[in-house]
Design a protein. Structure first.
Length: 288
């Protein structure tokens, strides 16, 4: 690919992302609840947009973006869940529950935290999230799931009942060491940038999610911007691991979060979600 072609593709990608920017938070709400993870949900959103951008480049027609993107997101998420061993029950297998269907959204589903949705089979989960959480119509839900309205109603009846009878999963052990995270946050909050950089491994990988990636020496530049900003970090529990919540100007509610991976006390991976801050509105932060 020539530099000119690369620049053209990059501009087209930026224009596409600008067009779908308003849809992206809603796509993430769906994918995060379907997978039970704001992190994996964002990965699926990125895969969805990459597939959509590629497909648009091969087509002369522009589809109705909202239902089209939701179908891609649904299929991408289902493929992800299948690859992780989650079985799909046949949404047509038992329509006898339709008699108990209620058109109104289930308040339990609306309030449910991400982990709670994981107790549902995938297709029940999808129906409940699309209809009760995101407010899609029965017809829109059926279109996204590529099934019938009757099948959606049956899945909603069973999914709502299962959701009421289950509790969220227990948080599991974190993959990151608490002492390493504490030390990193302490140095960061003290603005000891030499100390922070000393914790970073020589071959560290940085992912500014949805913006750019760096590796090795280039990661050091990452802290230059933070040196100019009023951001503080706290160690929190997020889903099944420890993370760093980022607080702007001393605010109590995190604006976004950062994930670190350590090896022998050195940071090997940084995933900074500052450029997709809508994720924080879906995240359930707990004291570590």
């Amino acid at each position: 690919m020539t530099p000119e072609t690369h620049a053209t593709v990059a501009r087209a990608r930026e224009e596409f992302l600008a067009i779908v920017a308003d849809l992206r938070p809603e796509l993430h709400r769906y994918c995060a609840r379907l997978t039970g993870s704001v992190i994996e949900g964002e990965d699926i959103v990125q895969d969805t947009l990459a597939k959509a951008f590629y497909t648009l480049g091969l087509s002369s027609e522009v589809p109705n973006l909202r239902p089209w993107l939701f179908r891609i997101a649904h299929n991408t998420a289902v493929d992800f869940l299948k690859s992780h061993g989650q079985r799909l029950t046949d949404v047509h297998s038992d329509l006898s529950d339709i008699a108990g269907f209620d058109e109104a959204p289930d308040p339990v589903a609306v309030r449910a935290v991400l982990a709670r949705f994981l107790v549902l089979p995938v297709l029940q989960r999808s129906a409940v999230i699309l209809k009760d959480v995101l407010g899609h119509s029965l017809e829109e839900t059926a279109e996204t799931m590529e099934t019938t309205v009757a099948a959606v109603k049956a899945a909603l009846v069973r999914g709502r009942a299962n959701l009421r009878g289950e509790t969220a999963r227990e948080a599991a052990a974190s993959r990151a060491g608490r002492s390493d995270l504490d030390r990193y946050a302490t140095l960061f909050n003290a603005r000891d940038w030499d100390g922070v950089r000393a914790m970073v491994g020589d071959d560290c990988r940085l992912d500014l999610v949805s913006r750019s990636k760096r590796r090795g020496k280039d990661v050091g530049m990452y802290f230059t911007r933070y040196a100019k900003e009023d951001v503080s970090l706290r160690v929190v529990r997020l889903e099944e691991r420890l993370a760093l919540s980022a607080h702007l100007h001393g605010a109590e509610r995190p604006s976004y979060f950062i994930l670190l991976e350590f090896q022998d006390g050195k940071v090997q991976d940084i995933r900074d979600f500052r450029y997709v801050d809508y994720i924080a509105t879906e995240a359930e932060f707990e004291p570590a």
